[in-house]
Design a protein around this ligand. Structure first.
Ligand code: G3H
Ligand code: 13P
Ligand code: ZN
Length: 322
């Protein structure tokens, strides 16, 4: 099937108590690893492209690689989504250029300015058959060139969501409930330590999520910053010459709980980066004579596939839902 919007997949996810994974794509191996996992597990998927990805890989290459995936996996619903669009112009360029979904992230602006810009994007997108994700509240972490220090994030205010959605007409809403971008989601000071000395992050604010759901019944909620930064991968990176001290993510069980509620889209990028990098570092250390990129990119692509398969089954619950 051709690229789809997220309308149908979110409706099914909402009713079915699962979430669709939204994975960032930056090159061919990532597109292939993700879609191979989705094909085998019969899972719908959102492939998302950031401003940084477009600058790195080029808009047309990314669109054509994702279109190639729809040809290889004709039975899997695949949406092509702009991640963190920060202006009308970027959103328009993706709407005109083959995307089926865009995010306008005006969450750093005032409530009124966020509404005005989101509404402008929604009008253009809907005229062109494209859906729009908006955001209220700010996450900590790094996304493109925006850095929000841990402790300076602000949770979504449930009392604002109804007005925001009705005035903008957006199709889904990203909210801030304590997730965060990147591989360093919390400072050690924000965490506690368990008996083995492992950092334990503060729990997600399910009260905020439930407050939003009460005010927006049936409406799809999105969680950004939802990598779990599995420690076994951090260990491999560090063992083979990397330096990722105190990297920490969101516990998978909490994301699974959110997926059973109104959270229909869960964004994961850092865990894919981590899986690829751990694989490449290990391969290079163990095979110092290799210089053909296929030798280390093949296992790296497999590592992406394994990570995505794990997310589909253990976090999202989207297996068999294509
Ligand atoms: O939220 C940000 C995503 O992880 C994309 O990251 O802007 O470095 O491509 P990027
Ligand atoms: P992570 O950094 O937790 O993978 O989040 C990715 C994301 O939210 C992309 O928009
Ligand atoms: Zn994000």
């Amino acid at each position: 099937m051709p690229l789809v919007t997220t309308t149908e997949m979110f409706k099914k996810a909402y009713d079915g108590g699962y979430a669709v994974g939204a994975f960032n794509v930056n090159n061919m191996e990532i597109v292939q690893g993700i879609t191979e996992a989705c094909g085998e597990l019969n899972s719908p998927v959102v492939l998302q492209v950031s401003k940084g990805a477009r600058a790195y890989a080029n808009h047309t290459y990314l669109v054509k690689m994702v279109e190639a995936a729809t040809i290889n996996y004709p039975d899997i619903p695949i949406a092509l989504h702009l991640d963190h669009g920060d202006s009308f112009e970027v959103c328009k360029s993706c709407i005109d250029g083959g995307f089926t979904s865009v995010m306008i992230d005006a969450s750093s602006k005032s409530f009124e300015d966020n509404i005005a810009l989101t509404k402008q994007v929604v009008e253009y997108a809907h005229d062109h058959g494209v859906v729009v994700e908006a955001e209220l509240g700010t996450l900590a972490g790094v996304e493109d060139e925006v850095v929000v220090e841990a402790g300076h994030e602000s949770y979504t205010r449930p009392e604002e969501v109804e007005e925001f959605v009705s005035r903008t007409g957006c199709d889904s809403l990203a909210i801030a409930i304590g997730t965060s971008h990147g591989a360093y989601k919390f400072t050690p000071e924000q965490c506690t330590r368990n008996e083995e000395g492992i950092l334990v992050p503060p729990p997600l604010r399910f009260d905020v999520l439930k407050g939003c759901i009460e005010r927006l019944p049936g409406f799809p909620i999105v969680l950004h910053g939802s990598s779990s930064v599995p420690q076994e991968f951090v260990k491999i990176v560090n063992q083979y010459g990397g330096e990722m001290p105190d990297a920490i993510g969101i516990p998978e069980e909490q994301l699974r709980e959110a997926a059973k509620l109104a959270v229909c889209k869960i964004n994961i990028d850092s865990d894919i980066r981590l899986a690829m990098t751990a694989s490449i570092r290990k391969h290079m250390a163990e095979n110092p004579s290799h210089f053909d990129p296929r030798q280390y990119l093949k296992p790296a692509r497999q590592a992406v596939k394994d990570m995505v398969a794990h997310k589909i089954v253990n976090v999202l619950g989207s297996d068999g839902k294509a």
